[in-house]
Design a protein around this ligand. Sequence first.
Ligand code: VAH
Length: 317
Amino acid sequence: RVLITGGLGQLGVGLAELLRQRFGQNNVILSDIRKPSYHVYHSGPFVFADILDLKNLREIVVNNNISWLVHYSAVLSAVGENNVAVAKDVNITGLHNILDIATEHGLRVFVPSTIGAFGPSSPRDLTPDLCVQRPQTIYGVSKVHAELMGEYYHHRYGLDFRCLRYPGIISADSQPGGGTTDYAVKIFHAAVKTGSFECNLCSGTQLPMMYIDDCLRATLEVLEAPADNLASRTYNIHAMSFTPQSLTQEIQKAVPHFKTTYDVDPVLQAIADSWPMALDDSAARRDWGWKHKYDLPELVKTMLSHITVSNRRAQDF
Ligand code: VAH
């Protein structure tokens, strides 16, 4: 059975749905430190989990006969810069607990990394899997640490550790969790609701992005890949790169009057300027057949239709 930590964040509920279709509803357990909504609570097994409490984690793994663990609990880039102590606890101590429990019980463990694990001295265009990583956020530092610790536990204790560096993830049904790429989710809700959006990054800021369905499918594919196919523990995955300006222009094809204005947040802008503009994901495509399905036009069409439909449903109630 699979345990997902941080399951109530932007990605967890979607991943649970995908894995439950694949492995059966009762074989995927969502966990989080927060209270689930009525809908989530009744969509499948949920348990409270405090990743800082090793005893609590061990009980959950043993009592629920867990064999795979997807570790989504994390403090993201923007929130982390305002709460470094919390980010260290959750992203570093929490990660250590996950690796120790996984090793103790021979679990297969997936931990996401991020484009934020690169820094200004990393090659910024077509950033390779293996290159200099000197990120300048506690989030990025903690994710490089996670990559290194996962690789160490694999070589030292044989832990089946798997890791993907996610781009900014765009989703319609779930809110982002306080990252630098959150604008790229909020802009779609604004396009449907008000027809205008105030962006906190400057118009030419190019960042790698991915639609949530591609991200969750990649996660399932790498979890199911035969261990022998995985030449490394950590892989970049890439789908598209865009700027607030090119995203706005694509949205205007469907919402002609849509307008974006800019009120740049210097802290977020500095983080975004230190991140890659596009990732080289050739190793993932070679080793386990990774292939994205959503490009920018497809993303915009899908996001606008999802949000329009769910807003209409909400009005009908
Ligand atoms: C963030 N959405 O902005 C997250 C993600 C690639 C960005 O890690 O922090």
